[in-house]
Design a protein around this ligand. Structure first.
Ligand code: 5GP
Length: 116
């Protein structure tokens, strides 16, 4: 499967569509998910054009993971959640709906079902 440069996250990265941005640097954008599974559901979106984990550059991935960790820590601290789920889906049968690599950081609150 190839990368579609007109996917919705590429459009947001180009600045052609608004988002609730919480952080940006030269390698990645961090924004709130438009349909949150829980309060504080955040997405880390690397700027490099890859469809998902399967075609991502390994060096870019290892450079990205410290940011994913920092966002997980910030999300937990900001929401006072009991835990944080890291989720990431590759291809439609696995649940991917936007075909630009991204990582979900989903706060989990004891006794509250995700998506509730
Ligand atoms: P996945 O592809 O991993 O299943 O998830 C894509 C995620 O992107 C979903 O959680 C969905 O709610 C979110 N999403 C889809 N379109 C937009 C958008 O235009 N803006 C934002 N902020 N999130 C989006």
């Amino acid at each position: 499967m190839s990368y579609d440069p007109n996917n919705i996250f590429a459009t947001i990265l180009k600045g052609d569509m608004p988002c609730h941005k919480v952080y940006e640097d030269e390698t990645a954008l961090v924004m709130m998910d438009i349909f949150p599974q829980s309060k504080g559901h955040t997405l880390v979106i690397p700027k490099a054009a890859s469809r998902n984990l399967l075609d991502a550059d390994p060096a870019a991935l290892s450079a990205l993971m410290p940011l994913v960790q920092r966002v997980a820590q910030a999300v937990k601290a900001a929401t006072n959640a009991d835990g944080v789920r890291l989720a990431q889906f590759n291809e439609a049968p696995a649940g991917q709906t936007v075909f630009h690599l991204h990582f979900h950081l989903i706060p989990v609150y004891e006794g509250v079902a995700l998506g509730a």
